[in-house]
Design a protein around this ligand. Structure first.
Ligand code: NAP
Length: 253
């Protein structure tokens, strides 16, 4: 049985490894933005498909039997395309995503916002220019959305891939998670972090910053994730079971 995993996350890579061991014929697709990305077991497709029509065509031409959307929780466009291509072609799709941080006990203490624009406005209201730094961990694509609202604030922007240019007064940390609580406490202290602006990526790999913020007693501004579309699980075991069930139905038919 042929499975296409829409990847770009650790969970996608781990799932591909498991499925290949379990005898599935697996293709993982990556958007192709990360240089030297660690590749999963099975085949790899690099680059976009060309919208919904392109993905539908790919599913047909490659005889894909099932689609797993294991992209990042904020990969909203790819996720919409996955659901639309599934309904065009009849190829079943399952969304595998990380558990939201909204379930954490301290989530009620954070300021939840719907967009990066709102997050920037709230951060500018909460933090004065004479306070410490605002730590931004909102991803490379959105970091510069904050440059005007936080123009006269100290900002530390943490990204996996360096920004070509950063505004005056900003520091940039180029690194990739996972991060331990000890690492995070050290970063918060080194940059005198007085507020954290982040997005609800969820899961454990990058959650230590939330514990560090709590430890330091500073505000957290959290961008809500887009709604998950279609059948969704946060448990990789459930994704494997879902695929095995489909495979056994196909063998019986
Ligand atoms: P997006 O906005 O939802 O998608 C934009 C376009 O990129 C899609 O329409 C598709 O192009 C292409 N694309 C996205 N994911 C793809 C995949 N796995 N395989 C092939 N093409 C893909 O996506 P994004 O937020 O830019 O994320 C891009 C990739 O980075 C995803 O793989 C995601 O898992 C990973 N990532 C994203 C974030 C984040 O915060 N957004 C964080 C970490 C990792 P076509 O329309 O041409 O098919």
């Amino acid at each position: 049985m042929r499975v296409l995993i829409l990847g770009g996350t650790l969970a996608a890579r781990h799932l591909a490894d498991r499925l290949v061991d379990d005898g599935f014929d697996v293709i993982t697709s990556l958007a192709g933005r990360t240089k030297n990305a660690l590749l999963p077991a099975g085949q790899v497709h690099i680059g976009g498909f060309g919208g919904i029509a392109g993905l539908s065509e790919y599913l047909r031409v490659e005889n894909i039997d099932a689609l797993i959307n294991a992209t990042h929780p904020f990969a909203a466009q790819m996720s919409r395309h996955a659901v639309a291509a599934s309904s065009d072609t009849g190829v079943p799709v399952l969304r595998l995503t990380r558990p939201s941080w909204a379930e954490r006990a301290d989530a009620r203490e954070w300021t939840w916002v719907d967009s990066h624009q709102q997050a920037a406005e709230v951060a500018a209201l909460l933090i004065n220019p004479d306070q410490g730094s605002v730590l931004l961990t909102v991803g490379r694509q959105h970091s510069l959305d904050y440059q005007f609202d936080l123009a006269d604030r100290r900002v530390v922007c943490r990204v996996a891939l360096a920004l070509d240019e950063i505004p005056p007064g900003w520091d940039q940390i180029v690194t990739r998670g996972p991060f331990s609580l000890t690492d995070e406490i050290e970063v918060f202290s080194r940059f005198d972090v007085c507020a954290l602006v982040t997005k609800d990526s969820g899961g454990d790999e990058t959650s230590a910053k939330l514990d560090a913020a709590k430890h330091r007693g500073i505000p957290v501004i959290m961008v809500r994730r887009p709604d998950s579309l279609g059948e969704t699980t946060t448990d990789p075991d459930e994704a494997v079971t879902w695929l095995r069930r489909l495979r056994s139905t196909r063998i019986e038919a």
